[in-house]
Design a protein around this ligand. Structure first.
Ligand code: GLN
Length: 447
């Protein structure tokens, strides 16, 4: 009730939630109470959370921030949603996001931009901007997000939170509306690393309904939280600490690294020589996969359909022209182009080769360090409109986060002080494959 009241009061300003359903939420809360009364007592039982609107939730509107799905009520739960429900968590609602998770500022949502609770003239980051704003404004204690190229870490950074993208394959993608299937990964966002660990414990695990889900032993992501950091080697990629980063961000990140040295860690310079190619490679691969994934939105089975059309082809084209926003259409065009006969070798295949080189850079780097640190974003939260007119400017918001997705590595962002305008700065940690527990340990030890 407390959170629902707060949402009612603050959401008209912040626009973090697309859907709230008080009755449904209270019914779930009553169910959690009954489970507790019956002697059940899992750590997450009765704790409220909210889901990014990319997760299918049975009986709830699931829009993915798009007009295309503005009226889509999901008939089933995504695995992430089902697992958290099973743990007894209570859904407060569905969170606003960039349309089909394409964006870094939440300005591409069909439902309007989300405001950053720290300064409502600034963006919350994206694409999980509603998720980040909801926690920052205390509308929900924890939330789910997804990260294809930084969409958990960048908004967490811009809103002063902790967010984690797991190793690719650790969390099921079943029921999570696909953007770029080989990069998409769901993860938790919260106020602390410890809360992220609790949530990840419930989210992670093999799922036979996702062919890219990994069959591994279940882990307790809390197990290393309190381990001392003495002897830890933090790698600092030379390429990430050059030009392109704002001074206020640099100052905050360097202060955080100094604190880690005080805690007994050492920093080593490393090199990720191909990281300069990560943005161009990503903006070929992600649109290519998106153009294929989004072909299912044709107005036939669900979602928006144009009111008038001459024949089937006309229905498809009108439906898609009306249903998709500018950024989504841009990506579909880029994706179709780079996959087309005659350009495939020059763009898509080339980008796949670069992706391999980027992953190999990390293999080399982790021979001399345990975790990699960098800023999560080159600047603090920017103002509305500042980057939306120039897609390339917007794409560069992701320079520090994208290579992690291309390599399938786990990454997180944690708050590390404040920059210009008193806005939060985020420190990014990148772990080795399946290094979530160690990464959470490093984040948890930071004061
Ligand atoms: N900002 C990046 C993009 O627009 C990443 C988005 C994401 O991680 N979903 O593609």
């Amino acid at each position: 009730g407390l959170f629902l009241d707060r949402i009612e009061r603050l959401n008209p300003t912040l626009n973090a939630f697309v859907t709230v359903d008080r009755d449904r939420t209270l019914a779930q809360a009553a169910e959690a109470d009954a489970r507790r009364a019956a002697g059940e007592g899992g750590p997450l039982l009765g704790i409220p959370l909210a889901h990014k609107d990319i997760f299918c939730t049975e009986g709830w509107l699931t829009t993915c921030g798009s007009k295309m799905l503005h009226n889509f009520i999901s008939p089933y739960d995504a695995t992430v949603v089902a697992r958290l429900k099973q743990a007894g968590m209570v859904t407060l609602g569905k969170l606003n996001m960039d349309e089909f998770a394409m964006g870094s500022s939440n300005e591409t949502s069909y439902f309007g931009p989300v405001k950053n609770p720290w300064d409502v003239n600034r963006v919350p980051g994206g694409s999980s901007g509603g998720s980040a704003a909801a926690i920052a404004a205390r509308l929900s204690p924890v939330v789910t997000g997804t990260d294809t190229g930084g969409s958990i870490r960048q908004p967490a950074s811009l809103c002063g939170l902790t967010g984690l993208k797991p190793t690719y394959g650790v969390v099921s993608r079943y029921g999570m509306i696909a953007f770029a299937s080989s990069l998409d990964q769901a993860g938790p966002m919260a106020k602390s690393a410890e809360d992220c660990a609790w949530l990840l414990n419930a989210m992670a695990g093999f799922d036979e309904r996702d062919s890219t889900s990994l069959q591994r032993e279940t882990e307790d992501y809390l197990r290393e939280l309190n381990q001392p950091l003495a002897g830890l080697r933090i790698g600092l990629p030379r390429e990430f600490f050059g030009a392109g980063m704002d001074d206020d961000v640099r100052t905050a990140v360097e202060a955080a690294l100094e604190q880690y040295r005080q805690l007994g860690a050492s920093t080593v310079e490393i090199s990720l020589p191909n990281s300069g190619l990560s943005v161009p490679a990503y903006y070929v691969i992600a649109p290519a996969e998106a153009s294929s994934n989004l072909s299912r939105f044709d107005g036939v089975r669900y979602g928006h359909r144009a009111a008038e059309y001459a024949d089937l082809a006309d229905m498809y084209s009108k439906t898609r022209a009306e249903g998709f926003g500018t950024e989504v259409q841009r990506r579909i065009l880029i994706g179709t182009y780079v996959l087309s006969h005659g350009y495939y070798d020059a763009y898509y295949l080339q980008a796949q080769k670069i992706r391999r080189l980027i992953a190999n850079d990390f293999v080399e780097a982790f021979k001399v360090c345990d975790v990699i640190a960098s800023p999560a974003s080159p600047s603090v939260a920017f103002r509305f409109g500042e980057k939306s007119a120039d897609p390339v400017q917007m794409y560069l918001s992701d320079i520090y986060t994208i290579s992690t997705n291309l390599a399938g590595l786990p990454g997180m962002s944690l708050p590390c002080g404040f920059g210009q305008g008193g806005m939060p700065v985020g420190l990014q940690l990148i772990g080795n494959w399946f290094g979530e527990a160690r990464m959470l340990n490093v984040a948890h030890q930071y004061q």
